[in-house]
Design a protein around this ligand. Structure first.
Ligand SMILES: [Zn+2]
Length: 68
């Protein structure tokens, strides 16, 4: 399996945060969903979580979690 590192870099560069990073979800050896970290209000979102949430949204699912 080969991941397009330049696409990971360009996806990360779309982040509006100073510490930019990205993640890709791979299925059957094929990259299917790309995401970057982000900030919304006072909340920050890791690229690794965003890529899973994006995949689930595409599949019609929602991921709920709770953090104190
Ligand atoms: Zn992260």
């Amino acid at each position: 399996m080969k991941i397009d590192i330049s696409k990971l870099l360009s996806t990360a560069s779309d982040s509006d945060m100073s510490n930019k990073h990205s993640a890709v979800l791979v299925y059957n050896g094929r990259p299917i969903v790309w995401a970057h970290n982000s900030i919304s209000g006072s909340k920050t979102y890791h690229a690794e979580v965003s890529v899973v949430k994006k995949f689930l949204r595409i599949k019609g699912c929602v991921l709920w979690n709770y953090k104190e």
